[in-house]
Design a protein around this ligand. Structure first.
Ligand code: 13P
Ligand code: ZN
Length: 275
């Protein structure tokens, strides 16, 4: 018989998305991690007070107080999360002061990228509360982009890569953010990511991977697929010895204007010019 935790409907989507990440070869070994913010199930709301001790969070998350998080466990494999979600995903409730959390069910050892997941959920709650999902994964075509000398500026990378396919920038008018190298799992990486995720739904971590937010985990995966497809076209052209030129600025503007997204595109990197 299934436990109440195993019956949480979001676990199924979590498992499904992990299966896709693994099939794509984006989450080698235990690479990558995911989290999803849920309204605390009523049967659980009081349980934590009796069953577990508070654990200090690496980042304060006052906006998340009282909410719950599904988080992949550290060193869990996406291919195994897909098969046995309840063993590999943990459920936690954030304490009322937003400084600590209580483990409730499932895996007890959250991902080493907990600082990033916490800091980004805090940013999402404030700026895009409808977005409740975060995926971090290691798509090779995107990691390769971060190592190209010509793409050290996010604005330029977004302009060229998202012009490889006529709908990519329509999906992501704000473009893709780019972070310098930070030690994996560090608080520094978490804080820098959260800052950038205020402006972008996808960011690339130099030499490391990608991170996406979305309304659901499937939606966050959609965003990653869009950027990955565009990068694939770029690398196919490069490998064939062609210089990728992408859509003209005029066609890009025409399309974005038709979909009412031109302003989002034109203001995408304005934050870089502020202090
Ligand atoms: P975890 O196994 O701790 O989630 O780490 C994987 C990873 O990709 C770190 O960036
Ligand atoms: Zn990683």
């Amino acid at each position: 018989m299934k436990t109440l935790f195993e019956k949480i409907p979001e676990l199924d989507e979590f498992a499904e998305v992990c299966g896709y990440l693994s099939q794509r070869g984006w989450s080698e070994g235990s690479g990558g991690n995911l989290s999803f913010r849920i309204k605390t199930p009523s049967y659980i709301a009081t349980k934590h007070k009796n069953t577990s001790n508070p654990v200090a969070l690496p980042v304060a998350v006052p906006e998340l107080a009282g909410q719950s998080l599904l988080i992949s466990g550290t060193e869990t494999r996406a291919r195994e999360i897909a098969l046995r979600p309840a063993e590999n995903i943990g459920l936690y409730i954030i304490a009322d002061d937003g400084q600590s959390f209580y483990w409730l069910a499932g895996n007890k050892n959250p991902t080493s990228e907990l600082p990033s997941h916490c800091a980004i959920h805090q940013t999402l709650c404030r700026y895009r509360p409808e977005q409740r999902a975060i995926i971090h994964t290691h798509p090779p075509l995107l990691i390769a982009l971060t190592q190209c000398a010509e793409f050290q500026k996010a604005e330029h990378l977004s302009e060229l890569i998202l012009s490889m396919q006529s709908e990519a920038r329509l999906q992501l008018p704000e473009g893709v953010g780019l972070l310098d190298f930070h030690v994996p799992g560090s608080l520094e990486l978490g804080e820098a990511s959260a800052k950038l995720m205020q402006y972008h739904q996808i960011i690339l971590w130099y030499m490391h991977g990608a991170l996406a937010s979305g309304k659901t985990l499937s939606h966050a995966l959609d965003q990653l697929e869009v950027v990955n497809k565009a990068a694939e076209i770029f690398w196919i052209l490069k490998s064939a010895g062609c210089e990728p030129c992408g859509m003209s600025r005029e066609n890009m503007q025409k399309s974005l204007s038709q979909f009412g997204r031109l302003q989002r595109y034109e203001q995408a990197f304005n934050y870089q010019h502020r202090s």
